[in-house]
Design a protein around this ligand. Sequence first.
Ligand code: SAH
Length: 341
Amino acid sequence: MNIYDFTLEELESFLVSNGFKKFNATQIIEWIYEKNVKDFNLMTNLSKKLISFLNEKIYFEDLKVIKVEKSTLANKYLLELNDNNKIECVLMNHDYGYSLCVSSQVGCNMGCAFCESGRLKKVRDLKLSELVGQVLCVSNYEKVRISSIVVMGIGEPFDNFENIKRFISVVTNNKMINIGQRHLTISTCGLVPKIYEFADLETGVNLAISLHAPNNEIRNRIMKVNRAYKIEEVMKALDYYISKTNRRVTIEYIMLNGINDSDECAIELSNLVKGKLMYVNLIPYNETSHFELKRSNDFKIKRFYDILKSNNINVTIRKEMGGNLSAACGQLRANQEGCEK
Ligand code: SAH
């Protein structure tokens, strides 16, 4: 088994059930994460018996960087998994530090009309080692400390919920990746039952929702998931999340020309979020050659922003970081795999 497929608790119970001590897990984890030692034979405070057990049962396996696209504010990495599947992640250089956008699945089944990721159907969920591997791989490759993580790459994290929960545990463990809960954000297209489960975890991890439309009629047109979970149900689940965690929710809203960017939409969206612990992030759509959809022009985006502002909604326009890369979200992989038009 790959060492990166264990949370600390899982490694502890694995060792205990094989006759070793619980604290051995912490010793091993300290060697790996603090001292960057990836050879059990060099872990001098472990017994010979434990070292030979570990050598027999556990191996170290990293992800491989196979392509990098660089720009001033963001680098995009195409990574290869050990079964040759490929995923992407993006490193962003913000004034407050490096932030990594990680993928949660190989492909995606959510089928949003604007998103490249969904052009390649889900092949499988990412394992814990592949979620953690993205963070380790990119920080080693660039020799930087990553200070925040957003799960907004390829895939739907709540469709891989068990591993995302374990990922949260590894990322936030101060002996492991050691990034605070508040610096971790999970973005979902709105799988309602999982929003409730996530709320019940009562962590300080941030939640972002890809809403992208202020009503069911428009949302049905661009997001297949809305046929399963209507906007009202999503908003109710978010109310529950806020009541449990008292954390502000981010509403992601891609600006699509002529689809969801009218004044009426801005008013409707204002009414939806008014008075709630939410903030709206307007995202200029990153056009791709595979879809007809166009981005709203800057004037339209500013006007939409102003309407929300005048309704006292907390709103920002997302700074574009990866536009000149193979764009956001799935394009690098889709191009690499020779995806059909
Ligand atoms: N499945 C999750 C996370 C992955 S998508 C979710 O839906 O939230 C991450 C974000 O990027 C989502 O808000 C998604 O709608 C958005 N996105 C997808 N394609 C985009 C594009 N071409 N331009 C801008 N944002 C895009």
